[in-house]
Write a protein that binds this ligand. Sequence first.
Ligand SMILES: [Zn+2]
Length: 206
Amino acid sequence: MTKQSIKTTKEDIVNYWFFEQMIDESGLSVDAAEAYESCWRCGCEKRLERCHIIPESLGGKDEPSNLVLLCHRCHIENPNISDPEIMWDWIRAYGVPFYDTFWHHIAMKEYEFIYHKNYYDELADIGIPINGETELLIKKYSKELIKETGYHFGHPYLNAATLAGFYRMLLKKLAKKYGKTVLPPDYNSPRRPWWMGIGIKQDIQD
Ligand SMILES: [Zn+2]
């Protein structure tokens, strides 16, 4: 909103955090080499915006120590609060172990929230085998199903609920192929991170 008035450059910000402060990169979605072109929170390669850690309205200054680089979407979602540690807690909380998987991570969180089951557990419980054939089917079906999703006007991305729904449709299609039944949500089942078990993170948004 006020980014035109920010005088600190993106270079100043990257230099400050990655070369002067030498922040711990281990839990981040980006490293120093990627910090100019990839969002520090979600890791996606988008045009980056300079984003205040402590907002201007709360007295945050226009200086590298008070700025990070985020994509537009993450800039909208970031915490606007007076404690500067919270920005880093938030950025690190969303650090993902694989490249370009951030929005699928969000989708899987949404999936688990809606269906109360981890996607991998879902596949296993339905009886869909996790093998090469299934992975090929996932790729094929993903390409078909992504055409059946849409963007909200003014939102240049698929939102979390749409992506979660995409995974549900994928599950139904796989179940049908294998002659299995998709079970209704089981609200007592345990949870675990979605990336444990199956690599269905790629080829979805091609
Ligand atoms: Zn982002």
